[in-house]
Ligand binder design. Structure first.
Ligand code: MN
Length: 370
């Protein structure tokens, strides 16, 4: 394999993965994807299930939270991918092991539940910086652009299964993995050689029409409203575009990263940050934020960790990867107020605190007006 793509074409790792599955023949596994699963996580989990099935391993893909982005919903519906949303009624103790894909236990609330129920973390397959909180039997954490790159590498090795262009399930899998690779790399613009080789391998199997129908999904009305608010309330300074969008419904949570993407399109903006308070639907109220940057010298992970700090357990409110990141801050004791004046004060307090911390971490003087 090309030296230019050092993390794709790893037959040795694919072999170890096959041995791992072989050892767990006949078990029931649960794949824990992050609370707001994206196409990279969903397609990678699907690839895991496809390979595990060969060893009669029953796999449920579970997430706690919500699938809210229109494109993610389309992916799940068009390919009829079976995902289970966690509810208290779901018996998690029936699984022999938990597999973390596209995360290392830090972005899913399921981690604590599995620990409580003694469901062991048996595998971690991820592309984010090592988090070191789980110690599974099998670990494959590569510094590549997407989890889908790693799972595609297992498929490419043909250690476990040989994808067949006449098999609709295989076509769906390949199509979803290409979608995962695309969305994770800004339509392959940010793809590394590893991702391009993975996409190239999948290209003979994927269905372009299917992929188009997944991608041609329009934004919801709620998302458009959030983008409009971000646009009119943004503060642009020193190349940073920062917008607090106030309260938003749980269903519109994914409008936050979409609004950040949109703010990035303005001239002279290198970094966009959008945040709002997400509430409703029985979920805990929290501030959800999204960061996008085109500035090569900005380490988003470090930026968010130093700007926003951590909670009393030492868990950081935010983090990220190369050019994108996010944060979640619980509203805590202040949640659940419906009085308009209270809500306004609550938003003002969070908004001011977050904006000042971000500006100060960016080395920009904050303005006290508003
Ligand atoms: Mn990913």
């Amino acid at each position: 394999m090309l030296d230019l793509a050092p993390h794709f074409g790893d037959d040795a790792r694919a072999h170890v993965f096959a041995e791992f599955l072989q050892k767990h023949r006949g078990e029931a596994h649960v794949v824990a994807v992050q609370d707001f699963p994206d196409p990279d996580a969903i397609s990678s989990a699907l690839a895991y299930r496809t390979m595990a099935e060969v060893f009669d391993i029953e796999v449920d893909i579970v997430y706690e939270g919500r699938i809210s982005h229109q494109e993610n919903l389309a992916l799940v519906h068009i390919l009829s991918i079976d995902l289970i949303r966690f509810t208290e009624a779901l018996p998690l103790d029936r699984y022999d092991g938990a597999v973390y894909i596209d995360n290392q236990g830090t972005t899913t609330r399921l981690t604590d539940r599995f620990v409580e129920l003694d469901v062991p973390a048996i595998a971690v397959i991820d592309h984010h910086a090592p988090q070191g909180i789980l110690h599974p039997e099998f670990t494959d954490v590569r510094p590549v652009g997407a989890a889908a790159t790693i799972l595609t590498d297992y498929l490419r090795s043909e250690e476990i299964v040989t994808l067949d262009a006449d098999n609709q399930a295989h076509i769906n899998l390949a199509t979803s993995l290409v979608h995962g690779l695309r969305t994770e790399t800004n339509g392959l613009v940010r793809a590394g050689a590893d991702e391009l080789l993975a996409a190239s391998y999948l290209s003979r199997l994927m269905d372009p029409e299917l992929l188009e129908s997944i991608m041609q999904v329009q934004r919801s009305h709620g998302t458009m409203d959030v983008i409009e608010t971000a646009l009119s309330d943004r503060h642009v300074k020193g190349g940073y575009s920062i917008a607090g969008v106030g309260y938003l419904r749980h269903a519109d949570r994914d409008a936050v990263p979409q609004a950040a993407d949109f703010l990035m399109t303005e001239e002279n903006v290198h970094t966009a940050i959008v945040y709002g308070i997400v509430q409703g639907e029985g979920e805990r109220e929290q501030v959800v934020g999204s960061v996008r940057t085109g500035k090569v010298t900005l380490d988003v992970d470090q930026f968010l960790k130093s700007a926003l700090g951590s909670d009393f357990r030492g868990r950081h409110y935010g983090g990220g990867r190369e050019r994108a990141g996010g944060f979640e801050i619980p509203v805590g004791f202040l949640e659940g107020t419906h009085d308009p004046e209270h809500m306004r004060l609550k938003w003002d307090t969070f908004n001011r605190q977050i904006r000042n911390k971000l500006l100060s971490a960016a080395g920009i003087e904050s303005e006290e007006e508003d």
